[in-house]
Design a protein around this ligand. Structure first.
Ligand SMILES: [Zn+2]
Length: 489
């Protein structure tokens, strides 16, 4: 795969209505993207799969918090003080760059997130790094807070608030409400799918680094002393691809090995790492393109005891799409302290009062969608056009319905079949152009099955179903069509 393919996919995405830059009839601002009709269908289906896998299957709870939250929330969370990127500005052309990324790109050296400003300046000076666009001299490094700050209300001294930089703070702030309302027992999870906002210095690679994006986050609350987890038993032989810290080689380790080798402490954590790999696999990401990279000591956030970035191999290299953190009691303790409200709870099982620890699964939905598209893209010289091989569970449209020709009463019959199918499936009707052209258009957006109504249909009420990946066709009675598609999906 080359970057031509990435450009190709971005161009199809725009032409066919998956996604494109926001406010395009004006001068768009970098890092903001809109989803068109097909993108919305694909995104909603990925979110629904996530919901099924991480909320419904697990009996967890979902909330929907505000996008705007008071400043105090982010003082407590550490974002006001610490959610900053090191930036430098070109003294000649005024362009801004992230110091760590610039050093990494220019010199291929990894700079840990917690490097001091003086250290950045020293490396830039020593390596003689200049502005990439005009070779101008760079300013001293400073920290830039990536949160979007707002004033709520009409006057200048009105309350300061922020657009949330991650969805999970609402989960921590609402923790006690949910615990009480749902009469929850440890361990339990609270999830949220919603928008987050970050004033990124250099948004890039379409949906991979945006300033406004969708996160699906799950915070699982647990008693740290409880190392066992009942669901683990069934999954313990399942293997995931792990790149351990300090290692260069990806190993397939069973969940049991993760525990036995002391890589993770809690069976619950191992279980959800396994579950995450299974989830990505159902979206069509092959197992050999998924890895869990254990974060090095100097790159993980200060509150995390250990952390695994789940990464997907793409034409753009390994892309982090899910951050998995053991956050300890950091968040709830901090919100207890700053709000003055005791967020500890009583654990019925161990008969003790405690502030639970947290295992976090934080997934970027837009990134996931883009990686799903990169992996589903097929170049097929034999058929003469490219297509997306989306899994039928998430394909934007499940079905296309076509009359072979738009005469002889075939259109009317095809519309009848279409009306029946659209009640249950996402489908579209198309009668313009040759049947080959219509198959090509449907393949291009990854429609798994095309239903064709021909002259035989009028005689015996059967239609053909064409399989996108094999291009093979089977004949099915209209009365059995819905059952058949349900089965194939
Ligand atoms: Zn410059």
């Amino acid at each position: 795969m080359s970057n031509d393919i990435v450009d190709n996919i971005i161009s199809i995405a725009k032409r066919r209505g998956f996604f494109y830059q926001s406010a395009e009839i004006y001068k768009p601002i970098a890092g903001f993207w809109d989803y068109g009709p097909l993108g919305v269908l694909l995104k909603k289906k990925i979110e629904e799969e996530w919901r099924r896998c991480f909320i419904k299957d697990e009996g967890f709870f979902e909330i929907e918090g505000s996008n705007i939250m008071p400043e105090k929330v982010f003082i407590a969370s550490g974002h006001v003080k610490g959610f900053s990127d090191p930036i430098v500005q070109c003294k000649k052309c005024n362009s801004f760059y992230r110091a760590d990324k610039l050093i990494q790109e220019k010199k291929g050296v990894f700079v840990p997130e917690r490097t001091s400003l003086e250290e950045f300046d020293r490396i830039i000076d020593k390596e003689n790094i200049k502005c990439p666009s005009c070779s101008g001299e760079l300013s001293k490094t400073r920290f830039f807070n990536m949160m979007f700050k707002l004033n709520v209300g009409p006057t200048e001294d009105s309350e300061i608030a922020y657009l949330r930089p991650e969805t999970c703070q609402a989960i921590f702030v609402d923790f006690l409400q949910v615990f009480r309302a749902m009469r929850a027992k440890l361990p339990f999870g609270i999830a949220q799918i919603g928008r987050s906002f970050r004033n990124e210095i250099s948004p890039r690679n379409a949906l991979l680094r945006q300033r406004e994006f969708t996160q699906a986050e799950l915070e699982i609350f647990l008693n740290p002393k409880e190392k066992e987890f009942p669901k683990f038993e069934k999954m313990k032989d399942y293997k995931i691809n792990v790149l351990l810290k300090g290692s260069e080689k990806v190993e397939a380790l069973s969940l049991e090995e993760l525990i036995e080798n002391g890589i993770v402490e809690h069976e619950l954590v191992a279980y959800y790492l396994g579950k995450l790999q299974q989830f990505l696999n159902t979206l069509g990401i092959p197992l050999n393109s998924i890895r869990f990279r254990e974060q090095e000591e100097d790159e993980k956030p200060f509150y995390a005891t250990y952390a695994f970035d789940c990464e997907i191999a793409t034409a753009l290299g390994w892309v982090e799409i899910v951050a998995n953190h053991y956050r300890g009691s950091y968040d709830l303790s901090s919100h207890s302290k700053f709000s003055g409200k005791d967020l500890s709870i009583y654990d019925e099982k161990t008969k003790e009062k405690l502030i639970p620890h947290v295992w976090e699964i934080s997934q970027g939905i837009d990134r996931t969608l883009f990686c799903v598209m990169l992996h589903a893209y097929r170049i097929d010289p034999q058929r003469g056009w490219d297509y997306f091989s989306f899994s039928p569970r998430i394909a934007p449209y499940t079905l296309g319905v076509f009359p072979l020709i738009a005469r002889d009463g075939l259109s009317e019959k095809a519309r009848e079949v279409f009306e029946m199918l659209r009640k249950e499936f996402d489908c579209f009707y198309d009668e313009s152009g040759s049947i080959g052209k219509r198959y090509a258009r449907a393949d291009e957006i990854g429609v798994p099955f095309c239903i064709t109504i021909d002259h035989k249909t009028l005689e015996d009420n059967t239609v053909t179903i064409r399989n996108r990946d094999t291009t093979e066709q089977i004949r099915v009675k209209i009365s059995e069509l819905c059952d058949m598609i349900r089965m194939m999906k």
